[in-house]
Structures are given as C-alpha cells and as structure tokens.
Design a protein around this ligand. Structure first.
Ligand code: GLA
Length: 725
C-alpha cells in the first residue's frame, strides 16, 4: 500500500519505491505538510516546531497559544486570508468582496488506481498499480470545497497533484489564483533551475540561488511559451548532474502558468506550481467546479540525471498515449525549409520521389496548401484545399505520393484566423478581440476563440473534411502567436484563458477519438508549447524552429531535463542554416537530429550525390538505433554551455547496448584530447565498439572516459555503438 492514513495522529504517508511524502491534519483541522524527499520510515511530525513569532498571526481557535502560526508552519495548500503572508496556493474573492478562505479538513478517501481529470491531461496508470488519495478541505463560511488529489506511482517514484474546487455554498466565489502543487520545506539551502528562452532559442538552463523573497517564472501568453517552460527543479546547493538532492515539478498544462519559489523570514522554502493569476478570475456559481491542472512531482537523491530519467519514464509511459506512444515514428521530410510557401503539387510529388529514393518514410506538406495562403498574411481559417496551387485534388496528390511508397502528412493551425480570410469576413466575432479596441496582431493573424464550442465545432468540421480526403497519417498542429486580446463574446470574462486551453484539449481529444491511427506532432513556432499537457495528445513536438545543429544541442539539452527523446522532433536541415547562417557538416547535423524523432527539413534535390548517399546511410543508422533512442535511458554527459564538447548517450534497459553521441564544439591549434566519461553501463561487463571492434569494461569507460579523436575540422561528431559481449 503506497498510501496510508494513521487515524490516531491523522498522518498521511505516501511512499514510492525511493521517496516518501508526509502530511498531517492537526488539532485545528489544518493540513500541514511534513516531508517530501528520500524514503523515510517515521511519521516525520517531529519536524514541526512552534515558537512565538512576532507579527505572524495566530488563528482564532488556537486561543492564547501564540506559538501557533500559519505564517511559520509548513502547509499543504496555503490560502490567502488566514495569516500566512507567504505566497498562496489559492486566492479567492467571496461575493462580499472579502479575500479569504479558511480551509479545514473534512475527510479523505484512498482509492485504487490513478485519478483522471475531466477535460484535462493527466498521468495515467494502465497497470492499475497506482493509488489515489483525495483529501477534502472546506471553507465553512463560503462553502468552497477543495479536494486535493494525489496520485502515487510507486514503481515510477512519481507523485502527482491536482486540485478540484467546488462551490457548495449559495453565493458565488471567484478564484483569483490557484496552484495544484505546493511544497513547503522547513529547512534547506536551495537553487532553482528554470528553463528560459525565446522563439528559436528555447529552454536554456538557468540556475539561481534562492534568496529571501520570491523568484517567479510563468506565462501570460496563452500558451506555456518559448520564454519559460512550465517545469522547474529545486536543488540542494551542492546538487549536480550525478549527485545530491533535487525536486522537480512539471506542470501538465499548455497555457498560462505561474511558478513561485520563495524563501521566507525563517529560512523556509515554498515552491508553488499552478495557473497564472494574471488574466484569470474564475467565478464559480453555486454547484460549479474548477479543476486545477496536474503537477508531476519527483525527487532524486542522485542529482538531475536520475530526476530526468524518472520524468522521462513517467511522460513516456504514463502520459503519452495512443498508437505511437510506444511505436517507431516515421522518418519524415517536412516541406517548410525545403520550399516554404513556394510549392505546388508537382513540387510535393518531386520531394516525395526524392525522399523515397533516400529511404524516408513520409512527406509532410507544411503551411501554404489551403485557402489564399501564398505567404503568412492571409488564409488562416479557410481550411479548403487550394487545388489550383496543387494542380489536383488532395486525394489525388496523396495517392500519387503513396504510389511512390511514401506516407503523407499535413500541417494545420486550427486555432488561428487571418483577417484576410473568408472565415473572418463571415465571423469576425469568432476572433478574440476586446470590444471597442483594435486587436494586437501577431504574425499578422488573430486567435480564434477556442473557449467557444461553436467556434471549435466549425473548425473541427473543416479539418475533418480535409483529413477525410485521403490517407493522411500525420498532422503537424501549429500555433504561431501569443494571445493578447483576452475577451470572449460568449465565455465569461476571467475564464477565457483557461477555457481556451481546455478547448484546445477538447479538439485534440475529439480528433484522436475520430482518427486513432493519426500521429499528431505538436508545434508552436517550434517549441512555444513544448509541455507535458500537449504530450498527452501529441507524443512528439517540434522542438524548435531553430534547426541549426549547434544551437539545437543547447535547446535539446534543456529539453532533456524533463522530456524524453521520444517527444523531441529533430530534423536535419540545409546549410548555411536558415536561422543562423552557420554551416555544420551533414554528419554532425545527423548526429544531433538523432537525439529525437528524426527527419529532414530540406530539399533533397539540392543535395550532391555524395550527400544523398550519406543521407541514405544516416537513415539506415537511425533505424538501427531508433528503439534505443526512443526507449533507452538517456544520459547527459556534458553541459553544452560550458564544455568543449556536447555528449549524451542512450543505454538499453538491460544495459546490453548503448549509443554514445559526441559533438566537438571548439577547434583550436594543437588541441588537447577530450575524454568523454560514459554513464549507465554495467561495471564488469565488456562492451565492444561495433565499428572499431575495440573492447572495454563498462567501469573503465565510466571512470576514465573514452578519448575523442583530434581532427582539424569544425564541429566533428562521433557516434559510437557499444554492444555488451
Ligand atoms: C511555424 C512552425 C514551422 C512552420 C511554420 C509554417 O513557425 O514552427 O515549422 O510550420 O510555422 O508557417
């Protein structure tokens, strides 16, 4: 039993294989947090201390006991208005205008299986080994009921948290801020690792010392954003890649979020993850419920490497779904960087023919095939095939592509509308706009009000008509701007940003139900919505619009802290690179792209015969290693921001096969030799380098490293396959 409740002292114990979580309902009915971290055996309530703290108030019912203050005690779900002046997990405004909510324990239930969430993505456990704990708290005055949900995946060392708010009173309450997870630490000296970025340069690692005050990241852009990924690590000062304590929080949500880390006056730390409070005030009328999206929690006592590994397993095995969750992904060629908008049916067919010759499985026809769409200034919302441009119907084109032995995929951007489109002329009120104000444009397009079902239904119908036109096996779902004009013609204001995201999920769910064999790739100007929420619907996401191999090393490094390689779409593109102008050799580009779902983003016609042969070889290699890359344990071997080389490796579960990838980042005269230390091998096993035939003990490669060649060229890359003898 992973979840237990001790009636005599009202303590909850949650245990996974290597971690423990403890909380307690105290004498006043407050739910106090006791502990989260490595496996322990006691109740951990001895950690609670109470002292008379000046200017930290005392709840009414503790009487004269000035030592009891919610401002100092660790809590499980801290609220505004009861004397805790730190950041709140929940802020509600009552009908009378007061901002207060006093949550006390009402009851709990322990259930077999992992809870699901209505309309929202959530970790699942098909094996039925997980358990759910539901703790109910209530504010007596307003009747607001708060159900804290805990999912415990014992084997995976994962605990999930979500919250359901329900107005059981007679007056309305407005939720102004709501987190799904709070971790209070009574002691500790922490750093916060977050992943910031921008379009074409996502998820750069930043490690900051947590001082007194609040360190916050989040998004107000309507999507999880390129700028801050909704996932963080709280690490002991001395934690490294391979050692030390660290805690991870991954928000399973694709919209506005807020993550706050605070060190308080008593040197205690609070970490909160939840919905963004800006642009959000969700009014619950009598009987209405609101679900706060899930946060996945994980702890590692062996540094970031183990933490990442646990998140990878959880996301790959308990969050991604469908036919492609655990299936080889097609090697594809995307038409975007090959042709941009300048293609017709003949061009697509030509690309298909040349991809077939190279051994590529699929061609994806990117933006420009529909409505009036010769550039990115018009046409969004008109999901009718531009047959004039294609020179045939979509069905005919797909049939011709398929006849070449190539699968067909297509790009869509359902959430958007161009002002220059039939849809906008007919339904200008379907776009998010604030009455009386001109909207803010982004990429010269507006955002459709996906909080509205009627709007979604109409687009859904259009998209289905497209998908029904032929054998479309892949969809790239894009979203190419941030949301500004948060105002809906129908949805109650304050709910729009949240209902919008649920609308996107609803659309995706319906699409998957209707087309269960479809592989959907997520995308938002590359990695602007690279989050665990999307991965519930789209098992892979275009990692970045930046296809430069060297930049990708950094982007993929940051991405790897939480998300498995199976989720990372990575393509070889042409040189000089379209985003940076840099030229990196084809082999190196291939090595970098093989750290994920592999493909190409170039015109094969423009390759020399020699390059074509090399591409053919790359694809063969990729197929050989595909399963190892998709399912193997991923190890970061260096930090691309500081090291002379970037190295990573995949090791099979049985440790009988490994693939080491190394890219040299610097070149100097008379270079010193780089020794790359491997990880995750069997100490006493002998591994054979399949190319050189050289044999090594696992321990030797891990302790002393493998010397990399010194070559007089820029950015050489090496892939070394090791097989256990
Ligand atoms: C976004 C995507 C690109 C491409 C274009 C098409 O930027 O990230 O890959 O699909 O849109 O307009």
């Amino acid at each position: 039993m992973a979840v237990k409740f001790q009636q005599e002292n009202r303590i909850f114990t949650l245990d996974t294989k290597h971690t423990s979580y403890r909380m307690k309902v105290d004498a006043y009915g407050f739910l106090l947090h006791l502990y989260y971290g490595g496996r322990v055996y006691g109740n951990m309530d001895y950690l609670l201390t109470c002292y008379d703290r000046g200017f930290s108030g005392n709840p009414w019912d503790v009487g004269n006991d000035r030592t009891y203050s919610l401002d100092a005690l660790p809590q499980e779900y801290p609220v505004m208005g009861v004397g805790d002046f730190r950041n709140s997990a929940l802020i509600v405004r009552n009908e009378d205008g007061s901002e207060c909510c006093d949550l006390r324990y009402v009851g709990h239930e322990i259930k077999e299986g992992k809870y699901g969430l209505p309309g929202l993505p959530a970790v699942y456990d098909d094996a039925g080994e997980a358990q759910t704990l539901e703790i109910t708290l209530e504010d007596r005055v307003s009747g607001l009921r708060v159900t804290l949900l805990y999912g415990v995946l014992e084997e995976a060392d994962i605990i999930t948290r979500s919250v359901i708010l329900e107005n059981r009173g007679s007056k309305h309450v407005t939720v102004g801020k709501a987190a799904s997870a709070c971790l209070d630490f009574v002691t500790g000296d922490f750093d916060l690792l977050s992943f910031y970025g921008r379009h074409t340069m996502e998820r750069n690692l930043q490690r900051e010392t947590l001082g007194h005050g609040t360190y916050a990241i989040g998004s107000r852009r309507g999507t999880s954003s390129h700028q801050y990924n909704p996932a963080v690590i709280l690490a002991d000062k001395n934690a490294t890649e391979d050692a030390g304590s660290c805690y991870g929080m991954v928000f399973v949500y694709s919209g506005n979020f807020l993550c706050e880390a605070e060190r308080d006056q008593y040197d205690q730390t609070r970490l909160l993850m939840g919905l963004q409070s800006d642009l959000f005030h969700y009014t619950l009328v009598q009987g209405e419920k609101l679900t706060i999206p899930e946060t996945i929690l994980c702890y590692s006592d062996q540094g970031f490497g183990l933490l990442s590994n646990r998140f990878h397993n959880c996301i790959r095995e308990h969050l991604c779904r469908g036919k492609f969750q655990d299936a080889p992904r097609p090697v594809l060629l995307n038409s975007w960087e090959a042709a941009y908008f300048a293609f017709d049916g003949q061009k697509i067919l030509k690309l298909a023919r040349s991809t077939a010759a190279l051994g590529i499985d699929m061609i994806v026809m990117d933006d420009g095939w529909f409505g009036k769409r010769e550039d990115d200034n018009s046409g969004l919302g008109d999901w009718q095939v531009n047959e004039k441009k294609l020179g045939c119907t979509l069905r005919e084109l797909i049939e011709k592509v398929n006849a070449e032995g190539v699968k067909f995929g297509i790009w869509i951007e359902p959430e958007m509308v161009s002002e220059d489109s039939g849809l906008y002329r007919k339904h200008p009120d379907w776009a998010l706009r604030i009455p009386g104000r001109e909207p803010v444009r982004g990429r010269n397009q507006l955002v459709l009000d996906f909080s509205r079902k009627d709007v979604r239904d109409s687009i859904f119908e259009q998209i289905c008509k497209i998908l029904d036109q032929g054998n479309i096996e892949y969809v790239k779902w894009d979203m190419n701007r941030s949301i500004v004009d948060v105002f809906s013609g129908k949805t109650m204001q304050g709910k729009v940003t949240y209902d919008y995201v649920l609308g996107v999920y609803d659309f995706l769910e319906r699409l998957l139900q209707k087309y269960p064999d479809l592989l959907i790739e997520g995308c938002s100007g590359g990695g602007g919505r690279f989050d665990a929420g999307m991965l519930y619907y789209t098992p892979q996401i275009w990692c970045s619009d930046n296809t430069d191999a060297l930049d990708r090393l950094r982007i993929q490094y940051g991405t790897s802290f939480f998300y498995p390689a199976s989720a990372v779409c990575s393509h070889v593109s042409a040189v000089p690179n379209h985003q940076t102008g840099r030229s990196v050799g084809l082999h190196t580009r291939g090595v970098v792209a093989m750290a994920g779902a592999f493909g190409y983003e170039l015109d094969p016609e423009k390759l020399t015969e020699e390059e074509k042969a090399a591409v053919g070889e790359q694809i063969k290699q990729y197929r050989k290693w595909e399963e190892l890359i998709r399912r193997g344990r991923y190890h970061r071997l260096s930090d691309p921001f500081t090291a002379v080389y970037t190295a990573w490796m995949f090791v099979s579960e049985e440790k009988d096969r490994a693939l080491l990838s190394v890219v040299m980042l610097e070149i100097h005269g008379n270079m010193s030799v780089s020794y790359v230390k491997l990880k995750g091998l069997d100490d006493t096993a002998v591994y054979r380098d399949t190319e050189s035939g050289k044999r090594y003990y696992g321990a030797d490669l891990m302790a002393a490293g493998l010397p990399m060649p010194v070559e007089q060229k820029e950015y050489p890359a090496y892939q070394i396959e090791l097989i256990k003898e």
